[in-house]
Design a protein around this ligand. Structure first.
Ligand code: ATP
Length: 425
C-alpha cells in the first residue's frame, strides 16, 4: 500500500479531505497497469478468439432489469449490528467477536441489499428510481437478441464486457480488494443446454491459464468449487479461482454455470424472444450460460502482490516488482546518463523511436543507479541508457530488470530487439 501511494499507483480518493469511504483513485502508474490488466483480458477473451464479441453497456439501469434478474430480492448480504458499539458487520465474514469492541452480542442477521439506488431525472419519486449496476452481466443478457441479430453469431459464442460495477458493501476492506466502486471483466458464453457442464470445465481451465501466462505463480492460485449453500441465486455450479492474499486464500474470479436463468426470466418479463433457432436441427432453445467473472481492480492488486520482491544486487538491497511486461506501467525507461544537451537529443530520439511500440518513461534526473532502482521498484522490465559512447557508436545499453544483465544494442535495431524480448515473455 505504501509503495502504491509513494510511486503513484493508487491514492485514497478525496485524500485532501480525509478520504472517502474506501474509494480509491488510480494514479499515473496505476492507470497504466489497470489498463494493461483489462487489455490483457480483452486480448485473450475477445481479440484472439472468433467466438466472443464485446459490448459496453450503461451503468444506470431501470429497476425492472434488477427485479427480473432477481437482484432486488436476492442480492443481499447478511447484516448484523453489534449491541455494544452499534457498528455493523457482514455476518458471514465475522469471526465471533466484534472487530471494533470485542463484544459477542449481535442482533439477528437481516438481509441488506447491496445495490446503489438513485434517481434519473429532476424528480425524486418512485417512478424515477434507477440503480447503478452491481454486475456487468445483465448488460449482456438484455442485449442478447441485439448481438445475435447484428453479429450473426450462433452458440457456442460469448459476449464480453469490462466496466465499473457498484456494490454498497457493508464492510469494504483490504485496500482495493473489496471496494464499493470497482471494475469487472465478465464474459457470458451462450451454449446449447446440454453442453453447459463441458464448457464450464473448459472456461475454468482457460481462466486459470490466463493468470499463469501473465506470471502468476501457480502455488498462489487454487480452484475452489462452491458448496451448495453458497451458490448465487442464478447458479447451479460455481468454481472460484482463489489467490493467496496476505490474509489467506480469497476470491479473484468466479466461474459460474448460470444455466438459462437470466435469459428465460428476461424473455418472460419483456415478451421478447431470447432464444436461438438452430437451422441445422430445426430446434429452438434458450442457451445456457457459462460466466467467467473477474474483478479488474482486485486482479491488479493480486498481480502487484505476486510481483513484489526484495533482493540484493551488486551488494545493494532493492525492491523489485517482477511484473510481466504486458502488465508493467512502463515497458521501457529511456535514461540519458547526464543532462548534457547532446545526450538528451539522442535520448529523445531513442524515446520517440520506442514510444509507438511501448509505454515509455523518460527520466534524466539523479544518478543512474538510483534511476535503475526507481524503475525496478515500479516494475519497468527494460531500461535503455544513452551514454557518451552512444554519441560515437549510436548504440545504447539495455538493462534487464530481473537479472540486471546489460547488453549494448545499436539504436537502429533497438525496437526490434525489445520486441523480440517482449515476444519471448
Ligand atoms: P464476494 O463473495 O467476495 O463479495 P462475489 O462472489 O459476490 O464476491 P462476484 O459477484 O462473483 O463476487 O463478482 C465477480 C468478481 O468481481 C469477484 O471475483 C471479484 O474479483 C470482483 N468483485 C466483486 N465484488 C467486488 C468488490 N466489492 N470490490 C472489488 N472487486 C469485487
Amino acid at each position: 500500500m505504501s509503495l502504491c501511494k509513494r510511486r503513484g499507483f493508487i491514492f485514497q480518493s478525496a485524500e485532501i479531505y480525509g478520504g472517502f469511504r474506501s474509494t480509491y483513485d488510480y494514479g499515473p502508474l496505476g492507470v497504466n497497469m489497470l489498463r494493461n490488466v483489462k487489455n490483457a483480458w480483452w486480448r485473450s477473451m475477445v481479440q484472439l478468439r472468433d467466438d466472443v464479441v464485446g459490448i459496453d453497456a450503461a451503468v444506470l439501469s431501470p429497476p425492472r432489469v434488477w427485479e427480473v434478474s432477481g437482484h432486488l430480492e436476492n442480492f443481499t448480504d447478511p447484516l448484523v449490528d453489534c449491541r455494544q458499539c452499534h457498528s455493523r458487520w457482514r455476518a458471514d465474514k465475522l469471526e465471533g467477536p466484534c472487530p471494533s469492541c470485542g463484544s459477542t452480542d449481535f442482533t439477528e442477521a437481516r438481509p441488506f441489499n447491496l445495490m446503489f439506488k438513485t434517481h434519473a431525472g429532476p424528480v425524486e419519486d418512485e417512478g424515477a428510481v434507477a440503480y447503478l449496476r452491481p454486475e456487468t452481466a445483465q448488460g449482456m443478457f438484455v442485449n442478447f437478441a441485439n448481438v445475435l441479430q447484428t453479429t450473426r453469431k450462433r452458440p457456442p459464442f460469448g459476449i464480453a464486457q469490462v466496466g465499473k460495477s457498484f456494490r454498497n458493501e457493508i464492510t469494504p476492506q483490504n485496500f482495493v480488494f473489496r471496494t464499493r466502486e470497482f471494475e469487472q471483466m465478465e464474459m457470458e458464453f451462450f451454449v446449447p443446454p446440454d453442453e453447459g457442464p463441458r464448457w464450464h470445465e473448459y472456461w475454468i481451465g482457460e481462466r486459470y491459464r490466463w493468470y499463469v501466462d501473465l506470471g502468476m505463480p501457480p502455488e498462489r492460485l487454487r480452484l475452489r468449487p462452491h458448496q451448495a449453500d453458497e451458490l448465487s441465486h442464478y447458479s447451479i455450479a460455481t468454481s472460484d479461482l482463489e489467490f493467496r492474499f496476505p490474509w489467506g486464500w480469497d476470491e479473484l474470479e468466479g466461474i459460474a454455470n448460470r444455466t438459462d436463468y437470466d435469459l428465460r426470466h428476461h424473455a418472460d418479463a419483456s415478451g421478447v424472444h431470447l432464444d436461438y433457432f438452430d437451422p441445422a436441427t430445426g430446434e429452438r432453445y434458450v442457451p445456457h450460460v457459462i460466466e467467467p467473472a473477474a474483478g479488474a481492480t482486485r486482479t491488479m492488486m493480486a498481480f502487484l502482490l505476486a510481483a513484489y520482491d526484495e533482493d540484493v544486487v551488486t551488494g545493494e538491497a532493492r525492491t523489485v516488482l517482477r511484473l510481466h511486461h504486458r502488465l508493467a506501467p512502463y515497458q521501457v525507461a529511456v535514461l540519458p546518463l547526464s543532462k548534457k544537451e547532446q545526450l538528451e537529443l539522442l535520448a529523445r530520439e531513442v524515446l520517440h523511436l520506442c514510444q509507438p511500440h511501448f509505454m515509455c518513461d523518460y527520466d534524466a534526473t539523479q544518478s543512474i543507479g538510483r534511476r535503475y532502482r526507481r524503475h525496478d521498484e515500479i516494475g519497468t522490465p527494460w531500461c535503455v541508457t544513452v551514454d557518451f559512447d552512444s554519441l560515437e557508436d549510436r548504440a545504447v545499453t539495455v538493462r534487464e530488470r530481473d537479472t540486471t544483465a546489460q547488453v549494448r544494442v545499436p539504436v537502429d535495431g533497438l525496437v526490434a530487439e525489445l520486441r523480440r524480448r517482449a515476444e519471448q515473455g
